[in-house]
Design a protein around this ligand. Structure first.
Ligand code: HDD
Length: 726
């Protein structure tokens, strides 16, 4: 550590780190950030001159060297080594994208343990409450390629790298607690079926196609997972508002050598919230980087997302006490049977300096665990433990763990050598063990926490391509999940299936899937079949058992009510009431909401009483009505002002803004004459508005803003569904 600190000191002295991060030095620096500093370069005005990669100064990067005459443009010369270097480097900028989870974004932070668990594990990170373990988290979608949109319906990856004192620990999880397949050998088929179809490479980042649903039908084990993926979990409002699950069954090993099966959980402080489908579809075009920007913006503004860390544990010896196999990744451990124990928390508080070097090159392996954490015979996990190391070698090269973002903060000492892009220089005469110098012996390292010890598990069996007998049951938990959803969540599942299956144009696919849905719930199957052209099934071999379990519905994770970091659009036009605007904006800012002023044009907007001819006294909006849409905001507020309201009322786009926000179940605020405007825009057949004339508080669907003055009125849809309201 002292070496790292010394390097930090040197780097700081040389002012090599960026000014933004200096501001946040205390709050956001950790061992891993310090470790990255020696590799972090910044370009300070006046200090640096451009050079080639071999360090010679360059005086012209605008003109390729040419053989040119006084009146003619001569040919470009290949001998220009400076131009050649630039083009060569450029030609090789891309590395292969991840074969799955190609689209993603990440951030740094820390993990803090609140409750040590020595009875379960020797892992330092799960015992030492004084540590703040650095982490890097990458969130992702699964199916789309690197340039695809953020808000597509998909599972989200939630991969966490802990830089512990005892080495790297990766929990490579998702925002859904189960998986599509039980055995890793099926992964290539699953991914091929989910990705664009081979004959025309269509569709991008969508499961709404024949091959995906054909695969789902042919793999009854996928039923549970696709029900989750079709629920609101498939279209999260934000990475900050998702649960994370390790999915696979791992083990913990204590000092007595006792083993406990474990599943890992991340529970977001902000609650679990989703977009509505129409919003997600529109955002995919209007702002494909919506989730990426949301995370970045929140961290830059100091709204650090936070998750509780939980474990579900089953002591060895009790694993057969369930009607499902605890090693089957298509099953949850229902929380009424195995409660989640919250023992720590994770905060993300720092954006990356460079996307490629950090987020694109970060690489995870389920096989990366620390002493005290181990694997189980979960057949999906066993295959994953092979696959990740392998894919990193092909994507990043054999020395991928030497890359700054991937290297541990503790020493690495072994006789693995050479390979492309090796960066280490090992001193000494030997590169093998045992050696006459007894250099780098295995075993306890420097007397620190113990080495990784494999649990001495008793094994007996016959080699065969099989899974355990309980792996054969596929519908019970799909039913449990569906039954546990609220009514509006169920209707969203139905609509999602309706959308997906109507994009399948081969009758065998949507007809078979309509039948399969009866294994979840016959009435769901009948409704979807009717929608998509299937044959509504009359009976099912697997009638719904009617059971529910707690904490499967996301409505059970409302989170801490807050409008902190929520994006609120404030609509104004010329003639707006400046005093009210200023008061409302101050009130919103006091609650740490992010406000954005939207007007018919991004040019000075003048309040009532100010003559535009003077050119002063106006307000410059952040965006104009066409440039940003209501989809990009959590709530909208329409400011009063006779002329302003008149202008907005006559502006089709402004009316659309209000109607769309209303349709997406967003909180809409209005004052004075703007209330009439909102009412006129939104009162559509079948939709009711509740107008609370007396409220002193503005209640949003996700929080309460206190302290507004008594004039503030509440406008709210009676149809607001809290869990799905963004
Ligand atoms: Fe995987 C990436 C999550 C099953 C093989 N996976 C990857 C990432 C996440 C997951 C979050 C992105 C990591 C990052 O941000 O870089 N994968 C899961 C979960 C699974 C799962 C939760 C089920 C429990 N995966 C799974 C199987 C296999 C793989 C069964 C292969 C047998 N996964 C990969 C991969 C990837 C990957 C091909 C692509 C890029 C990478 O690893 O680094 O190796």
């Amino acid at each position: 550590m002292s070496g790292v600190f010394q390097r930090l000191q040197e780097s700081l002295n040389e002012a090599k780190i960026s000014a933004t991060h200096k501001v946040n030095e205390i709050a956001t620096t950790n061992e891993k950030i310090l470790d990255l500093y020696p590799n972090t370069v910044s370009f300070d005005k006046g200090k640096h001159t451009m050079t080639t990669d071999h360090g010679t100064k360059i005086n012209d990067v605008d003109h390729w060297l040419k053989a040119t005459g006084p009146d003619s443009q001569g040919p470009s010369l290949l001998e220009d080594q400076i131009a050649r270097e630039r083009i060569h480097r450029f030609d090789h900028e891309r590395i292969p994208e991840r074969v799955v989870h190609a689209r993603g974004t990440g951030a740094h932070g820390y993990f803090k343990l609140n409750e040590p668990i020595p009875e379960l594990t020797t892992a330092g990170v799960l015992n030492d409450t004084s540590r703040a373990t650095p982490v890097f988290v990458r969130f992702s979608t699964v199916a789309g390629s690197r340039g695809s949109a953020d808000t597509v319906r998909d599972v989200r990856g939630f991969a966490t790298k802990f830089y512990t004192d005892e080495g790297i620990w990766d929990i490579v999880g998702n925002n859904i607690p189960v998986f599509f397949i039980q055995d890793a050998i099926k992964f290539p088929d699953f991914v091929h079926a989910a990705k664009p179809e081979p004959h025309n490479e269509v569709p991008q980042a969508q499961t709404a196609h024949n091959n995906f649903w054909d695969f789902q039908y042919l793999h009854p084990e996928s039923t549970h997972m696709f029900t989750w993926a079709m629920s609101d979990r498939g279209i999260p409002r934000s990475f900050r508002m998702m649960q994370g699950f390790g999915v696979n069954t791992f083990t913990l090993l204590n000092a007595e050598g006792r083993r406990t099966f474990v599943k890992f959980h991340w529970i977001p402080e902000l609650g679990v919230h989703s977009l509505v489908w129409d919003e997600a579809l529109k955002l995919a075009g209007q702002d494909p980087d919506f989730h990426r920007k949301d995370l970045y913006e929140a961290i830059e503004n100091g709204f650090y997302p936070k998750w509780k860390f939980g474990i579900q544990t089953i002591a060895e010896g009790e694993e057969d006490n369930f009607d499902f196999d605890i090693l089957d990744a298509t099953k949850v451990w229902p929380e009424d049977l195995v409660p989640v124990r919250e023992i720590g928390e994770m905060v993300l508080n720092r954006n990356v300096d460079e996307f490629f070097a950090e987020t694109e090159q970060v690489a995870f392996c389920t096989s990366h665990v620390v002493p005290g954490v181990g694997f189980s015979n979960d057949p999906l996990l066993q295959g994953r433990n092979f696959s990740y190391q392998d894919t990193q070698i092909s994507r990043l090269g054999v020395n991928w763990e030497q890359l700054p973002i991937n290297r541990p903060v503790c020493p690495v000492m072994n006789f693995n050598r050479d390979g492309a892009m090796n960066h280490r220089i090992h001193k000494g005469k030997v590169n093998y063990w045992p050696n006459r110098f007894e250099a780098a012996p295995p075993g306890n390292y420097n007397g620190d926490a113990g080495a990784y010890v494999e649990h001495a598990t008793k094994m007996a069996g016959i080699k065969a391509r099989v899974n355990g007998p309980k792996f054969k049951e596929h519908y019970s938990q799909a039913q449990l999940f569906y039954n546990s959803l609220s009514e509006h969540e169920k209707s969203h599942v139905e609509q999602a299936l309706g959308f997906e299956l109507s994009h399948c144009d081969e009758p065998i696919v949507y007809k078979r899937m309509s039948e399969r849905l009866a294994d979840i719930d016959i009435s769901l199957a009948q409704r979807v079949a009717k929608m998509v052209g299937g044959d509504p099934p009359a009976t099912t071999k697997h009638p719904n058992h009617g059971l529910k379990a707690p904490r499967l519905s996301q409505t059970e994770f409302p989170g801490k009510p807050t409008i902190k970091s929520r994006r609120i659009a404030m609509l104004i036009a010329d003639g707006f009431d400046m005093a009210t605007f200023t008061a409302v904006r101050a009130a919103l800012k006091a609650q740490q909401a992010s406000t954005f002023v939207i007007a018919p044009r991004r040019g000075m907007i003048f309040p009532a009483g100010v003559d535009p001819a003077t050119g002063t006294g106006g307000l410059m909006p952040d965006h104009h009505l066409e440039g940003q849409r209501s989809t990009m905001f959590d709530a909208i507020y329409i400011n009063p002002g006779t002329q302003s309201t008149l202008t907005l009322r006559e502006n089709g786009r402004a009316v659309h803004w209000v109607r769309e926000a209303f349709g997406h179940l967003k909180a809409i605020g209005a004052l004075g004459d703007a209330i009439d405007f909102v009412q006129q825009a939104c009162v559509l057949p079948g939709v009711a508005l509740a107008l609370d004339q007396n409220s002193k508080d503005v209640v949003t669907s996700y929080g309460v803003v206190t302290g507004w003055n008594a004039d503030v009125k509440l406008l709210e849809s009676t149809k607001i569904e809290p869990s799905t309201t963004a």
